[in-house]
Design a protein around this ligand. Structure first.
Ligand code: PXL
Length: 279
């Protein structure tokens, strides 16, 4: 039988949104640019993501078992597995099964526990889905929640701003204790800056700050997680990777503001992809 594992690959279990730059339409170009083949496991197909007033969506959950079965028959091996938007408890279980069936200790597992932003859950995210996301988070080697999602996962009360370092330390510690060796909490508002809090088991936590830009775009978490996943597979140091991903996201937001792109349309990373360092 032919061998299909001559190049590094990441399996991305996420939705396909045709418009609004998020999920697989973001992960695919970024991870490919970083010299890794991205293999999508599409959980649903959306005309555009759910932050728009209307959207069409086709749930792919029931077809995923046959889809994944064929990857087993091809004996595909992945160096990375990443998950993003999962709109039902069943999809979360499918990701857990995928991790069980396709990973060993060398496989990087990046879980972006997409559930909400700005203190609110996205439409469709019930308490049951959030509870199951906690179980999935436990399987991650790298977890990339925003501060809203970090609060949901730990039961901490959300606040807009005014986060103290010891509060963040406690939240990050709780997330590390769930399982993931590496945690980065994104989008923490601190005065005129946005901070990312990075916690790696056995190391002192670090905080990275970038200047806040007064427009919050959809899909920035997907850009961030894609760079983190590709870097991890490429062997880049986690702290360096967080710095690089935060700076890239900031530049994308700046360019999107210059082009007056509506915030739901996501950031125009295409304009800047050539500036992203691969290693
Ligand atoms: O970027 C997160 C995301 C991904 N996919 C879909 C979404 C959202 C956030 O709203 O609706 C379909």
């Amino acid at each position: 039988m032919e061998e299909h594992n001559h190049q590094k690959k990441i399996a991305s279990i996420n939705d396909i949104s045709g418009f609004g730059r998020c999920s697989i339409t973001v992960a695919m170009p970024i991870v490919s640019y970083m010299k890794i083949q991205l293999c999508p496991v599409p959980t649903s197909i959306f005309s555009n993501h759910t932050a728009y007033e209307h959207y069409y969506f086709d749930d792919y959950t029931d077809r995923l078992y046959s889809y994944i079965e064929n990857w087993k028959k091809l004996s595909l091996k992945f160096q990375g597995i990443m998950s993003g938007y999962l709109g039902s408890a069943k999809q979360i279980d499918i990701v857990k099964d995928f991790i069980r069936d396709f990973s060993d200790k060398d496989v990087v597992i990046v879980v972006d526990p997409v559930m909400g932003d700005n203190g609110k859950t996205y439409i469709k995210f019930t308490d049951d889905i959030c509870e199951r996301m906690k179980l999935l988070a436990a399987s991650a080697s790298i977890l990339t929640p925003n501060i809203t999602e970090a609060c949901i996962l730990t039961g901490h009360k959300y606040k807009e701003a005014g986060w103290k370092l010891n509060e963040l330390k406690e939240i990050a510690y709780t997330l590390n204790q769930l399982g993931p060796e590496k945690v980065v909490i994104t989008g923490i508002k601190q005065g005129s800056c946005i901070a990312n809090y990075v916690s790696v088991k056995g190391f002192e936590p670090k905080v990275f700050k970038t200047k806040k830009i007064e427009r919050a775009y959809s899909g920035t978490g997907d850009v961030f997680a894609s760079i983190i996943a590709a870097d991890a597979v490429n062997g880049v140091d986690f702290f360096d990777s967080v710095k690089k991903a935060s700076r890239f996201v900031k530049k994308c937001i700046q360019r999107s503001v210059e082009l007056d792109i509506p915030k739901e349309d996501g950031v125009c990373f295409e304009e800047l992809l050539h500036t992203l360092k691969i290693k």
